[in-house]
Design a protein around this ligand. Structure first.
Ligand code: PXP
Length: 242
């Protein structure tokens, strides 16, 4: 009997904090959104504490740590963030590149360009019992470098797939994601994926056998404005599991 794998869905609630911070109010609260997301069946919550604190703040992270079963903290490889993660003890720490002027994380972490530095960061987190994932572009060189750091997970950047302007390019980027996921699996890495995924494009990525978890934020928070958080999460779960 063919058993379909169950892909986990982690909801990124950063944009709820973006709306809150736009007016300096206490609402909408990312913690409230996380409760609703979990109630609707989400498997975990993702947050990115950025250097400029443009959305999530330390207090949000601390409350979410205390109230969420599976918390994924995205962070840059800076000593300030590493120290914060060591104290917070998320279930997963995903290392991402960060540039102050970017609208969102634009490319994957260049692990191949700094294997020693990333290895050091991975060790500092793993020795505190925190599993580490590296957010990388779906490229062989980055996957090999990620495996060399001792990280347990990679998160494949699905942005090029999500932004592809034609059917041919979408297919090409999907092939790259499939190959990258297989290669990562062979290298002993566990595989997550995310960025730019929406109801309309999530299924082919969710169907890649090695992918365990998808991290989705913008499309779900945007949809929640119209239909509410719980309905937005349920719709995505249906779309990715079919
Ligand atoms: N994964 C990582 C590492 C990210 O930085 C982001 C964006 O915050 C996501 C996944 C989610 O992307 P999106 O908001 O486009 O769903």
């Amino acid at each position: 009997m063919l058993v379909m794998k169950r892909v986990r869905l982690s909801i990124n609630v950063d944009h709820v904090a973006t709306v809150r911070n736009a007016r300096g109010t206490v609402y909408p609260d990312p913690v409230h959104a996380a409760v609703l997301a979990e109630k609707a069946g989400a498997d975990g919550i993702t947050i990115h504490l950025r250097e400029d604190r443009r959305h999530i703040r330390e207090r949000d992270a601390e409350i979410l740590r205390a109230t969420t079963e599976r918390l994924n903290l995205e962070l840059a490889c800076s000593s300030e963030m590493i120290e914060f993660a060591q104290q917070l003890q998320p279930d997963l720490a995903t290392l991402v590149p960060e540039r102050r002027e970017e609208l969102t994380t634009e490319g994957g972490l260049n692990v191949a360009g700094d294997v020693d530095g990333v290895t050091q960061t991975v060790q500092m987190l793993q020795e505190k019992g925190i599993a580490v994932s590296l957010f990388i572009d779906p490229e062989t060189a980055q996957i090999d470098a990620a495996a060399a750091t001792g990280a347990r997970f990679v998160e494949l950047h699905t942005g090029r797939y999500a932004d592809a302007p034609s059917e041919a390019r979408i297919e090409k980027e999907l092939v790259a994601l499939r190959k990258a996921a297989a290669h990562a699996g062979q290298a002993g890495l566990r595989v997550n994926a995310g960025h730019g995924l929406r109801l309309q494009n999530v299924r082919p990525v969710a169907s890649i056998p090695e992918i365990e978890e998808l991290s989705i934020g913008h499309a779900i928070v945007a949809r929640a404005i119209y239909v509410g958080m719980e309905a937005a999460v349920r719709e995505m779960l249906e779309a990715l599991r079919g």
